[in-house]
Design a protein around this ligand. Structure first.
Ligand code: 5AD
Length: 327
C-alpha cells in the first residue's frame, strides 16, 4: 500500500488507528500466518570506533567493560545455535576494525562450514567498501545496518564524524551486491518530529528493505542522552504498523529495545499487527552483560522465548526465513 507523507503523519498522530492496525494485521497474517521466526544473535565485540551520542557502546564511554570474542568462542556459540536447530545466525558488533577483512571472511567461511543450511546475517557497521563484497563472496547472506533516522541533519547531529549520505550510499551498495538488507530507525530521539518519523516510513516505502528493525529510544548511562525519556509505546506500535503497511512482506523483528519497554500485551500487539521475527541471544553470558547499548536490556534464552511466543498465541519457527522480496 502506498501512503503519502500527510497520511503517514495522521496515522502517527493516532488518527484512524483502527484502520491502520487492521490493514497491518491482515498483511502480517497473509504473509506469515501466526508464525514468529527465531534468529540467533552473537554479539561478538562491544568495541566501537563511533561516537553515536545515544549509544552505550560509544567510544567515549570509558566506563564500559570492553570484550572481543575469539574465533573459537564465536564458533562454539554458533555450534550451540546449530544444535538448537535455529537456521539464522546474526553476527553483531560495534564498528570494530580489529576484526580485519580476512578475519571476518575466515569467520564467515568457518560458520558456513559448520552447517551449510545456515543463513548468516552481518551487523558489523560501516567498513571500507571492498569489505562488503568480500563478506558476501565468503557466504554472508544478509546485512543489517540501521539508518537510525532518515532526517539528514538529525542523523549528522547524533553521529559525530559520520554522514547520512555515506550511510545511504552503503545501504544501496549492499542491496546492489545482493545482500538481503535490513534498515531500521529509532523512535523517540531528541528533537525528532512526527514529520521525521514519517520520513523513516517513506524511506521504507521507497527502499523496500528485506528487513526492518525499529524500536524505542532507551537511555543509556554514561552517554550525553542518559536523562532523555523513551517515547510512548503507542507511537512505537503505530510505527510498526506503518512499516508493515508500506513494505507488506518485509521481515519485521520485535527488537530487543521494544521488548525491553513492553509489557506482554504490547508485545502481543506488535506481533499481531506487524512483527514476525524475534532475535534470541546466544552470546556467552559473561560478555552479553557488557553489551550495554542501553540500560536494562531485556534478554531471554531460546527456551523462555519459545514459551513466551506460544503463550502469546503464536507459533515459533526456527527456519531460515529468507526475504519474501527476492526469494
Ligand atoms: N536506544 C535504542 N536503540 C539504540 N541503539 C543504540 N543505542 C540505542 C538507544 N539508546 C540501537 C541503534 C543501533 C543498534 C546498535 O542499537 O539502532 O543501530
Amino acid at each position: 500500500m502506498n501512503l503519502n507523507k500527510a497520511k503517514i503523519i495522521k496515522f502517527l498522530k493516532g488518527e484512524d488507528e483502527e484502520e491502520l492496525f487492521n490493514n497491518a494485521s491482515s498483511l502480517r497474517e497473509n504473509f506469515f500466518k501466526n508464525e514468529v521466526l527465531l534468529r540467533a544473535i552473537i554479539e561478538f565485540s562491544n568495541h566501537c570506533l563511533r561516537d553515536c551520542i545515544y549509544c552505550g557502546l560509544r567510544r567515549e564511554n570509558s566506563r564500559l567493560n570492553r570484550y572481543r570474542m575469539k574465533k573459537d568462542e564465536i564458533l562454539n556459540a554458533s555450534k550451540r545455535v546449530i544444535d538448537k536447530g535455529v537456521e539464522t545466525i546474526v553476527l553483531q558488533s560495534g564498528d570494530d576494525i580489529y576484526y580485519s577483512r580476512d578475519m571476518v571472511v575466515d569467520l564467515i567461511k568457518s560458520i558456513k562450514f559448520l552447517s551449510r543450511s545456515i543463513a548468516l546475517t552481518l551487523s558489523v557497521g560501516e567498513r571500507v567498501k571492498d569489505d562488503y563484497k568480500a563478506f558476501y563472496d565468503a557466504g554472508a547472506d544478509r546485512y543489517l545496518m540501521k539508518h537510525e533516522t532518515a532526517n539528514e541533519s538529525l542523523y549528522n547531529s547524533l553521529h559525530p564524524n559520520q554522514s547520512f549520505k555515506e550511510r545511504l550510499n552503503i545501504l544501496y551498495l549492499l542491496k546492489k551486491i545482493g545482500y538481503q538488507v535490513g534498515l531500521g530507525h529509532i523512535v523517540g530521539l531528541p528533537n525528532q518530529s512526527l514529520e521525521d518519523l514519517a520520513e523513516d516510513i517513506m524511506f521504507y516505502q521507497d527502499f523496500q528493505p528485506d528487513m526492518i528493525g525499529l524500536g524505542p529510544f532507551i537511555s543509556a548511562v554514561n552517554t550525553p542522552l542518559s536523562a532523555q525519556s523513551s517515547p510512548s509505546m503507542q507511537l512505537v506500535l503505530r510505527s510498526y504498523a506503518l512499516a508493515r503497511v508500506v513494505t507488506e512482506n518485509a521481515h519485521v523483528p520485535l527488537t530487543t529495545a521494544t521488548i525491553t519497554k513492553s509489557k506482554s500485551d504490547s508485545m502481543a500487539e506488535a506481533l499481531r499487527i506487524s512483527a514476525n521475527v524475534i532475535m534470541v541471544d546466544f552470546t556467552p553470558k559473561e560478555y552479553s552483560l557488557s553489551y550495554k547499548i542501553y540500560d536494562d536490556r531485556s534478554m531471554s534464552s531460546i527456551e523462555d522465548m519459545d514459551c513466551l511466543i506460544k503463550r502469546l498465541g503464536f507459533v515459533p519457527s526456527y527456519l531460515k526465513g529468507d526475504s519474501l522480496k527476492r526469494f
